[in-house]
Design a protein around this ligand. Structure first.
Ligand code: PGD
Length: 823
């Protein structure tokens, strides 16, 4: 049955009339307030207001005389991101890439020339025709000389949303049509968890929907945010953000549920909910959880029925927990020595968790650490012992902090994106992108460049690291996201050629040999869904202004390269931008009809200047994670071998990995605060920033809201500052054996003593780019973090693992140069 839904002024809603009478009739009958920007209206107004959207939400671009003057939030956004001014500025800022550029030595002397000179800014402007020819010829040269695998196109990054202009899919589409390449698997966000969780709960789980905020507000008595900060991180989504976390947190606040925040930093969420703050030593949460689990068991507070019915392997985990297998009971007293939280408090937590309907909400940063696989496994073990998984308001949730997980899912068709021409499904998530001649774990490129031919264990099998001579990046910033910048610089010298498409002169673009200027999403048309979990609307990501300087869309760039290599038609299929977008919409329209809904015809949707809203069922509003499994564990068995939560994995046991045992375990990381082998006194927390998305928008006006003495801020507890004689606003040198950066000091008691916070995503700005280990003038924290992998199982990144020392910088202050055009 086709449903009719009420229109509101903020969004375009589904209508039966539209189905029956077609586009013209629908427009004539008019949805209330439709369209804000009819073609007639456009002609009459000098200032245009054009609906669009991006990672940060749905917004309007206000345009005067062809220039975007403001980005204004859409009326339906419950919590617009404060980052909007920077989004507008990303079109015009001083760090915008204007023209195709080639590194002079590479252009004049050929691939591989003067490798130390990468990053020194000596570029030559070339025409688009010349740039396309250089790229096409170099692809052919490298493939012929070294083999297809020598081209790396596993390009990882947060790019921009949009079902057409997904630059990573487009890169791989061009590569697949013209040959092959080495790909990457996994992602930097949840690389450890997404590999171990299929063994534990039968799916990657980290990106699954959580029990809704509404359900929490009605049923949860104790909400535990464990390294989990929705009110910062849900500003952005992989698609277009819906910001449902804000009303969600508000509901929780009104419900009066008790809130506990376990985090080295007192987060925005903790402050907004007036939560109780417990700050363990970073990287010791597994020990803390074990101490709580031990108390649950010793005080008989665990749920044996749940463990029997819904899990396997508790009997094999128990000897470890009780210490009968290794002589060390994982008691609260034992845990206190490691995590620094008093044993009595841990015992009290165990009792409170058991007594109340408790939701354990875990964030991703806790697994972006050495041995990061253990924590999600241990959390599920703890939640299993509490026996509340699948009950309203209880259990665990792994994405409350991400893309507004817990914001109820709407009934909607799923937009089908352009594909990578591999014949495999690879749209959307990076870990599904498996096309290419072979694939390496995403954070292992540096290791691969330094060790071609080396054999590596990865998730139960052996891979051989390929020889790579050309790396091609679009939509990512490896000189921001990869750990241990100086090791990376050494590795990059193994490459003959590094090609980057970007919008901004990021450190990656600066270290490239060929740099191609891409359009921002505001200079092209696209289509996307709102909310990774909510899926509440389909929104036209409309072009707000014409491309500036010589920027071209990645679609056009890759189409031109494919054409040069004889595959132009195969790449575009003879369709232009709007043909593709219309096709994507039409396919969704057919799917919607099969679900009993009728979407307006494309032109009505596109011209309405409103997002198209989809309905939400009562069941979705009250969704409880794993309720179906709890109700019927046979019919709704999990995807594990046993169909239950596996607290001991016989599959992992067979791998015999010394760094990933077959049950959740506390294993000392290579370095941590007060750790046995640690050489530096301060742990570096590399949180996600509040006023940019990773490194995106670092080159914009938003920086003015947080920079200190023009540098990235470094948070420090007053006790640590006093011990070093430091004052607020000092420029400090933060250093360890791996690297050194400058930063601006903020002294605050919202961080635990012994921990400093420098957000990830600051742009790398070496004072002497030719020198490995040079001081970074701005403050890219990945100079300081370790490049080791989490373990042989996931081979993921440890972006939060790193210890350092901080001192006042007494030398002449080097200027920050990374936000201007290269010399
Ligand atoms: P972004 O800054 O989003 O960082 O790493 P990622 O590489 O994703 O980079 C995206 C780049 O794409 C930007 O330079 C942007 O300008 C460009 N871009 C955007 N749209 C387009 C487009 O349409 N076309 C082209 N050609 N380019 C475009 C993020 C990664 O960092 C992630 S996901 C995580 S979770 C990790 N987090 C941490 C961490 O917590 N701590 C540390 N120490 N390190 C981390 N690294 C990881």
């Amino acid at each position: 049955m086709t449903k009719t839904y009420k229109n509101t002024s903020d969004d375009l809603t589904l209508s039966k009339r539209d189905f029956l009478k077609g586009a013209g009739a629908a427009a004539a009958l008019g949805f209330t307030g439709l369209p804000l920007l009819s073609r007639g209206a456009l002609a009459q107004t000098a200032r245009k207001s054009i609906l669009s959207g991006c990672h940060w939400g749905v917004f309007y671009g206000l345009v005067d005389d062809g220039r975007a003057v403001e980005f204004k939030p859409w009326e339906g956004d419950p919590a617009p991101s404060p980052q909007l001014p920077g989004i507008r500025d990303s079109i015009y800022s001083e760090s915008r890439i204007r023209y195709p550029m080639v590194r002079r030595a590479w252009l004049e002397q050929g691939p591989g020339a003067d490798l130390d000179g990468r990053g020194s800014g000596d570029f030559v402007r070339v025409s688009w025709d010349k740039a396309i020819e250089l790229v096409a010829n170099e692809l052919v040269r490298v493939r012929e000389k070294y083999g297809q695998q020598a081209v790396f196109a596993g390009s990882y990054g947060w790019k921009s949303p949009g079902k057409l202009h997904n630059c990573q899919t487009l890169l791989r589409r061009m590569m697949n049509l013209t040959g092959s390449y080495t790909n990457s698997s996994g992602d930097y966000s949840t690389g450890a968890a997404q590999v171990i969780l299929p063994y534990v709960s039968g799916s990657i789980e980290v990106y699954e929907q959580c029990t809704t905020w509404k359900n929490l507000s009605e049923n949860c008595e104790l909400m535990v945010f464990w390294g989990c900060n929705p009110l910062n991180n849900s500003q952005i989504s992989w698609q277009v953000a819906d910001h449902g976390a804000w009303p969600g947190v508000e509901m929780l606040k009104k419900s009066g549920a008790k809130v506990l925040c376990i985090d080295p930093v007192r987060t925005e969420t903790c402050k907004a909910l007036n939560g109780e703050w417990i700050a363990p030593r970073p990287h010791t949460d597994v020990a803390m959880m074990l101490g709580i689990a031990h108390t649950l068991y010793e005080e008989n507070l665990h749920d044996e029925d749940f463990l029997d019915r819904y899990t396997t392997g508790f009997d094999k985990f128990l000897p470890y927990l009780r210490g009968t297998s290794d002589g060390t009971p994982k008691s609260a007293d034992w845990a206190e020595q490691i995590c620094g939280v008093p044993a009595d408090q841990l015992r009290d937590l165990a009792r409170r968790f058991a007594k109340n309907r408790t939701m354990l909400a875990l964030g991703y940063s806790t697994q972006r650490q050495h041995h990061g696989e253990q924590i999600h496994w241990m959390l599920i073990t703890l939640a299993s012992m509490l026996g509340q998984i699948g009950l309203p308001g209880g259990g665990y949730g792994l994405s409350y902090h991400y893309s507004s997980g817990g914001s109820p899912t709407h009934t909607t068709p799923i937009l089908k994106a352009i594909d990578d021409a591999s014949g495999q499904k690879s749209e959307g998530a990076a870990w599904l992108a498996q096309s290419g001649s072979l694939s390496i774990p995403v954070s292992r490129l540096v290791e691969t460049l330094l060790n071609p031919g080396k054999k590596m264990q990865f998730n139960g099998h052996e891979i051989e690291l390929p020889l790579i001579k050309l790396a091609y990046w679009a939509g990512g910033n490896p000189f921001s996201h990869q750990q241990d910048r100086n090791e990376m610089l050494r590795a990059w010298r193994e490459l003959d050629t590094f090609i980057v498409h970007d919008v901004q002169w990021t450190a990656s673009a600066r270290h490239a040999d060929i740099v191609l200027p891409a359009t921002t999403s505001y200079e092209r048309n696209d289509i996307e869904q709102v909310g990774d979990y909510a899926l509440s609307h389909i929104v036209a990501m409309k072009k707000i202004v014409d491309p500036v300087f010589e920027a071209r869309s990645d679609f056009d760039i890759f189409a031109a390269i494919a054409d040069k290599l004889g595959k132009g038609y195969e790449f575009t299929q003879g369709r232009d931008e709007m043909d593709w977008i219309r096709g994507i919409y039409e396919a969704a329209k057919i799917e919607a009809r099969a679900k009993g809904m009728e979407m307006p015809v494309f032109d009505v949707f596109w011209d309405s200047n409103k997002p198209l809203k989809f309905p939400q069922s009562e069941a979705a509003a009250d969704f409880v994670r794993h309720a179906d499994f709890r109700a019927d564990p046979l019919l709704n068995a999990l995807g594990t071998a046993s169909g239950k939560f596996e607290l001991y994995s016989t599959a992992i046991e067979k791998y015999h990995y010394d760094d990933c045992p077959p049950h959740p375990s506390w294993i000392e990381p290579i370095e941590r605060l007060d750790g046995p082998t640690t050489r530096y006194p301060l742990h570096i927390a590399t949180n996600h920033p509040q006023m940019r998305l990773h490194s995106q928008l670092c080159g914009t006006v938003n920086r003015k809201s947080y920079e200190i003495a023009e540098r990235e801020p470094c948070w420090m507890n007053p006790k640590d500052a006093a011990a070093r004689g430091l004052s607020n606003g000092d420029v400090v040198r933060v250093f360890n054996d791996r690297g050194q950066i400058l930063a601006g000091l903020t002294i605050t008691d919202e961080i635990r003593p012994g921990v400093v916070r420098i957000n990830e995503g600051g742009w790398f700005d070496p004072v002497n780019p030719r020198e490995i280990g040079s001081l970074d003038a701005y403050g890219d924290v990945n100079n300081l973090t370790t490049g080791v992998a989490t373990s042989k199982l996931a081979q993921s990144n440890c972006g939060h693992t790193g210890m350092a020392e901080v001192e006042r910088y007494e030398g002449n202050l080097p200027p920050v140069t990374v936000f201007s055009q290269p010399a």
